[in-house]
Design a protein around this ligand. Structure first.
Ligand SMILES: *Cc1c(COP(=O)(O)O)cnc(C)c1O
Length: 392
């Protein structure tokens, strides 16, 4: 069985060494030494000024919205994981969707201004599959209209943009360290900001608003994380370069083999340090996607429809037409990608996809002998470049 992803696991020994130290100290949670060490390690690795380790990526978004005091309307993308929209509603704001760019799958910056009203307080955008949004354009619009910017960077560990971690942008950036993400702490997440007042506010909010024994200076919640999750993070941080290299290598193998498959690849914003968190392919129609998915499932290969449905179709939001998001959501499929995926499994996945396409084309040709075949359009600026050799 080949799943869409498998969590990275360090050796049991690495993990139990940390667990032993927790037993020795008997300090399980509440800003313990492993949580502190992980926060420092992450700051160093990512080269960011500040971050707070929190219990998950969803509460990270909630903290961000609360800390910025957002109200009224929040402009957001309909193409993301459900939490990006659900937290806006949960925090009592109204999500206002702006359609996505059909090539990058990120919010279309040229459609944002038309959605701004007197009630708009912020833009909450997702760097979809680790691909940076149009950061400069979004900031210009935000400055012009006095809006806050939050980035949901749940897919972005390891992605850098203009020589900085992608986590360094916006008023606040949030991320998730859930097991399905490239870097994980089993459950976990983080918030990032350059603004020290905001950081302090979120640090208090993360711990019930406690500012000293029996004093609460801020409305807070429990968004803390604990020593056990920090232990997993500390183990995984030691392997992160290896994980990133492997993702890149496997993605390049996919691209090499699939250049002639009639699908579109995500256009990655010019960037040297892209993290290859996912391998999405966009079919020409929903039925071609469904056929490919079914073919792979017959061979026990399980891909996922990330992200389906388009969030503009959720039952608890105002229904608005988002044609690009709806269309991309209906045709997209994420192929298996994880640290221990073997090249021979990857080969088989690619062969099945290509064979399925040839079969379909033969069927079509039998019916319409005279029709021209549809044009090839693998759109990608991810050139299959350097190969990683050696131990991989
Ligand atoms: C995973 C994810 C989240 C939620 O993170 P959790 O840690 O699972 O709460 C939010 N947004 C996006 C885009 C995600 O992929």
């Amino acid at each position: 069985m080949i799943p869409v992803t498998k969590p990275f696991l360090p050796s049991e020994k690495e993990f139990t060494n940390y667990i032993k130290s927790i037993w020795e100290r008997q300090w399980l949670t509440n800003n313990g030494p492993l949580v502190n060490t992980l926060e420092l390690g992450l700051k160093e690795y990512l080269k960011v000024d500040h971050l707070l380790f929190v219990s998950n990526g969803t509460v990270a978004l909630q903290l961000a919205i609360k800390a910025l005091n957002l109200s009224g309307e929040v402009i957001t993308t309909p193409f993301s994981f459900v939490a990006t929209t659900s937290v806006i509603v949960w925090q009592g704001c109204k999500p206002v969707f702006v359609d996505i760019d059909p090539d990058t799958f990120n919010i279309d910056p040229y459609k944002i201004e038309a959605a701004i009203t007197s009630k708009t307080s912020a833009i909450l955008a997702t760097h979809v599959f680790g691909n940076p949004c149009a950061i400069e354009l979004i900031q210009q619009i935000a400055d012009k209209h006095n809006l806050k910017v939050i980035y949901d960077a749940a897919h972005c560990f390891g992605t850098r943009y203009k020589n900085k971690s992608i986590f360094a942008y916006g008023d606040i950036t949030t991320t998730s360290f859930h097991s399905t993400k490239l870097f994980h702490t089993i459950e976990g997440g983080a918030v990032f900001t350059k603004d020290s007042a905001l950081l302090k506010k979120m640090a208090l909010m993360r711990n019930f608003g406690y500012s000293g024994i029996d004093t609460f200076s801020e409305q807070g919640i429990n968004a803390k994380n604990c020593e056990f999750h920090a232990a997993m993070g500390l183990c995984n941080l030691k392997h992160i370069d290896d994980i990133l290299k492997m993702r890149k290598y496997l993605s390049e193998q996919y691209l090499d083999r699939l250049v002639n498959l009639r699908v579109q690849f995500q256009k990655i914003q010019a960037n040297d340090d892209y993290n290859y968190a996912y391998f999405p392919i966009l079919f020409e129609s929903e039925s071609l996607m469904q056929q490919a998915k079914a073919n792979l499932e017959m061979a026990q290969i399980y891909c996922r429809r990330y992200f389906y449905p388009s969030l503009s179709e959720l039952p608890y939001v105002e229904n608005v037409e988002m044609p690009v998001s709806k269309s991309v959501a209906s045709r997209i499929l994420c192929l298996p990608l994880y640290h221990t995926l073997t090249v021979s499994d990857l080969d088989m996945i690619c062969r099945l996809l290509l064979r399925g396409q040839n079969f379909n084309e033969n069927q079509v040709q039998k019916v319409h002998q005279t029709e021209k075949p549809a044009p090839h359009h693998p759109i990608s600026n991810r050139k299959p470049t350097v190969k990683v050799n050696g131990s991989l």
